[in-house]
Design a protein around this ligand. Structure first.
Ligand SMILES: [Zn+2]
Ligand SMILES: [Zn+2]
Length: 269
């Protein structure tokens, strides 16, 4: 069996295969040259290339196998939930894996599920991947949507207060475009490139501090009041006080919709 491996930057070499393989296969792998765009055409035996780095390689290889399998599994799951495989899924899965690692969250859907909140800054394909990998959702109040239009998310560990913001590097789009020039469809090329690019090439990570207000935490609603204009109920202290009146936000500053039969809000949309 020959397995192709794309080598972007040895020794942190990302796998370019989703087939599991065992150590004896190492000697029959096809390796590309250690540059981003040149490939050796013939299979080359591993010791010839990496004699001096063999131990390092095996250690990295073991790490790569486990993280790669996690990635493949998570990508499969997010693709199923999202409905299609796209560059956003690859990016979102990788972004989440990195953010969780940086925030020290090992088991987001298991024992850490009550210790995590994610702030997403985009409502794009990648957002579904973040939801799929972290298990965080708007409904659980563990996902907060910040409408910034940026390909970024912050992963907060509620137990330790540690938080990491991960943003996709704009230049990575260009790198991705050049990595697979043979693939005509630019989205397909981007998708394949994102799969093999390293976290360093794809993302910038910052350690950040996030204050969560009690009314934004998961759990029972902290408050419930009636808007004095439209008389609809408002939960979680989202009401506003204007000239001594308690109002819902759309009554105070306009809502997102207009009613066909009689305006309901005090302020026009
Ligand atoms: Zn998509
Ligand atoms: Zn109102």
């Amino acid at each position: 069996m020959i397995i192709r491996v794309l080598c972007c930057s040895f020794p942190s070499m990302p796998l370019y295969t989703n087939k599991p393989f065992s150590p004896p296969d190492l000697f029959r792998m096809t390796f590309p040259a250690a540059s981003d765009s040149h490939f050796l055409s013939a299979p080359v035996s591993l010791p010839e290339i990496f004699t001096d780095h063999y131990h390092d390689f095996v250690v990295n290889w073991k790490h790569m196998i486990s993280s790669s399998l996690d990635f493949e599994h998570l990508l499969e799951e997010s693709t199923r939930i999202h409905g299609h495989l796209c560059p956003g899924q690859v990016l979102g899965v990788k972004m989440s894996m990195l953010g969780l690692k940086e925030a020290g969250i090992k088991d987001p859907k298991g024992k850490d599920r009550k210790n995590i909140i994610v702030f997403v800054e985009m409502d794009r394909c990648a957002t579904d991947a973040v939801q799929s990998v972290t298990g965080c959702s708007l409904g659980h109040r563990t996902m907060k949507f910040m409408d910034y239009g940026k390909m970024a998310a912050t992963f907060l560990n509620l137990k330790t207060g540690k938080a990491a913001r991960v943003i996709a590097i704009e230049e990575s789009r260009l790198t991705a475009k050049n990595l697979f020039p043979a693939i005509e469809n630019k989205y397909a090329a981007q998708l394949e490139a994102y799969k093999v690019m390293s976290d360093d090439e794809l993302f910038e990570v910052s350690e950040v501090r996030v204050e969560i207000r009690p009314e934004d935490m998961p759990g029972r609603p902290l408050g419930r009041v009636r808007c004095e204009a439209c008389e609809e109920q408002v939960q979680d202290m989202r009401e506003v006080h204007v000239d001594g009146r308690v109002l819902c936000r759309p009554c105070a500053s306009g809502g997102y919709c207009e009613f066909f039969h009689g305006e309901r809000y005090a302020k026009k949309a």
